[in-house]
Ligand binder design. Structure first.
Ligand SMILES: [Zn+2]
Length: 118
């Protein structure tokens, strides 16, 4: 038995990423169909719901980019490496956040930076 070797982990991660990707894509598709409805029946829809859909659409697009980036890193063999300090991202973090590009300490620095400019 080769339980716990890195190959097993990456196969699981890839499956999870592909599942997540499918969910995001189908969500975006159903939103695109919703947007068509909105054009036809614009009077009944308050503008705030359109803005919320826009925000969600932006969020889904960036999530899709994150998933694609993680799949590319898996294929390139540098998955699980911090893009900032080149340190190893702990497998437990990758299980919780399969498309993480930063280790915990670089992420906390990045989060502080985002808050400062938000
Ligand atoms: Zn790092």
């Amino acid at each position: 038995m080769a339980l716990g070797n890195p190959v097993d982990l990456s196969v699981t991660i890839e499956e999870r990423l592909l599942r997540e990707r499918k969910a995001v894509v189908s969500r975006m598709q159903s939103m695109a169909e919703g947007a068509l409805d909105l054009e036809i029946d614009i009077d009944g829809v308050p503008p705030s719901s359109y803005n919320r859909d826009e925000a969600l659409n932006v969020m889904l697009s960036s999530r899709l980019a994150e998933i694609d980036g993680a799949l590319e890193r898996l294929a390139a063999g540098n998955y699980g490496t911090c893009s900032s300090c080149s340190g190893t991202i702990p497998p437990r973090r990758l299980e919780a956040l399969p498309f993480a590009t930063l280790c915990v300490s670089c992420q906390s620095v990045a989060d502080k930076r985002v808050k400062r400019y938000a």
